[in-house]
Ligand binder design. Sequence first.
Ligand code: BDR
Ligand code: CA
Length: 323
Amino acid sequence: MEKRLPPVIIDTDPGIDDAASIFWVLASEKFDVKALTIANGNIGLDGCVTNALRILEVAGRTDVPVYRGAYRPILKGPMDASWVHGKDGLGDAGLPMPTAKETPGYGPAEMARIVRESPEPVTILALAPLTNVALAILLDPEMKKNVKEILFMGGAVNVIGNDTPVASFNAAVDPEATYIVYNSGIPVVQLGLDICDQFTETDADFERLRDEGGPIGGYLYTMTEDWRKRSSMREPSRWYKSRQDGIGLNDVATTAYLINPDWFTCEDVACDIQLGGIGAGQTVVDFRGWWKKEPNVRFAYEVDSAAAVRQWMDDIIRYDHRQ
Ligand code: BDR
Ligand code: CA
């Protein structure tokens, strides 16, 4: 009998590092990707929907449905990080426009439906602001019974933020959604900047993908070309993680946990979200137990990033040469 693969929903705002992560999940061939649900984040929602379809088409997986989600965070206005990801959100690298269409349906409702109907608990790989995941939780009180884990690219505990001094982009864009998810009772693994900052994908890694891979490897090289050239993070800094020989694909670091949690060291902690003021979106951890609260989050703080980056490249190169 054919073995059933573990079900996964990817909530995403593609985004160059989202693309690199979606390609990895598909290339690993270890998961049953039930859907991509699309959030506003790196660029506007329309652009993110188009990009999800472009990514699936390059990967030859137009069978995976793409559902449009919320067009803006719960309280804040729509966001945009095209200064990192390029005007089209994928590095303006000429990825072909999609021929496939998005699937009718509303992202959070489809997420809740897929979870409810699944014969086994579903993992949510959350690579964007948590708006869609929070709305799904609010829509369906049954959600928490059948979600295995929410793997979240967000949070900054012992490192500084990348959107505000104390918050990661995905948490700062929608602090209220982050609060709802973290306090939902569903197991959350925070795969935020504490581990993302331990990753570097070097210029040599992208050359390897281009030279040894096929279409996906080639696009990963061209999509990141501009970012690699103009990254302000190349200057050494005492205060934040700089990368003199490459860039950091944050969503790939988070996806590494889905691929192999054994690469990570984690601790279960009580964690809450700052909701307003200059600290909005900060993930605050009570390491000393002052709050007398049970742990609600598995906090990842160390990772074998060299092993993960090697596997990311190996999987993509192998998939690029599949028959
Ligand atoms: C996160 O925000 C987005 O720009 C990236 O795609 C990633 O999910 C980085 O903090
Ligand atoms: Ca993202």
